[in-house]
Design a protein around this ligand. Sequence first.
Ligand SMILES: Nc1ncnc2c1ncn2[C@@H]1O[C@H](COP(=O)(O)OP(=O)(O)OP(=O)(O)O)[C@@H](O)[C@H]1O
Ligand SMILES: [Mg+2]
Length: 237
Amino acid sequence: MADPFLHVEAADVYYGASQILFGIDLAVEQGQTMALLGRNGAGKSTTFKMIAGLAPPRRGKVALAGQGLAGRPSYRIARAGIGYVPENRQVFPDHTVDDNLIVAAKKGPRGDHHWNRGRIYEVFPILASMKDRLAGRLSGGEQQMLTIARTLMGNPDVLLLDEPSEGLAPIIVQAIGELIKTLRGMGVTILLAEQNMHFCLGIATHATVIDKGQIVYRATIDELRHNEDIKQRYLAV
Ligand SMILES: Nc1ncnc2c1ncn2[C@@H]1O[C@H](COP(=O)(O)OP(=O)(O)OP(=O)(O)O)[C@@H](O)[C@H]1O
Ligand SMILES: [Mg+2]
């Protein structure tokens, strides 16, 4: 059987002397929307930083489409197809929405250029209506959408979204959820870190649960939905 598309194997990550991740195994296939669920401090962001090359694993492997990524500098990992959207929204505040997209434009790892401004504005109509506005003037939710849009402009193979709903009003959270569903419908491969299981239930196809730096459960989202024990133990809200 072929290796999973995005494959993390037995990865350990340390911050200084303290070990944060313990033997992480994670597999995401093309077209899946995988939720990485876990409580505050469980290790979701660290897992993303490991994949993106900001917190390289001391042991273990990270591979995308069979190509090893662990140990490479983060800009090369991005070029290899990892589209990482970190927790803190990063836009160029003094530039327009349109310019933010223009500077992020890049071909994908195999020269693909599926994502361009035209397609972005189709999928994110709210950004189209504000294309000449300074990004620093956008609301938190609009900046979150722009951050996702900027990352898509790099034509990644996998989109890593770290708690995109965090700190946003419920109506905006719903809009972000709809957006992620649209991307899923377009076949985008997504790894989504969330504390909020309810947000993921209607969005993700699969779920992996992390607790205290270890993977404790993996299943389809429907299996998770019906597993009261796992929800109680690791995701109780
Ligand atoms: N730079 C750092 N140095 C030392 N320890 C850190 C650092 N960043 C995170 N940690 C610790 O690593 C553990 C995992 O943190 P991480 O940010 O990956 O969790 P998380 O699942 O993303 O949590 P949250 O839901 O709050 O975003 C926590 O115990 C945290 O205190
Ligand atoms: Mg986090």
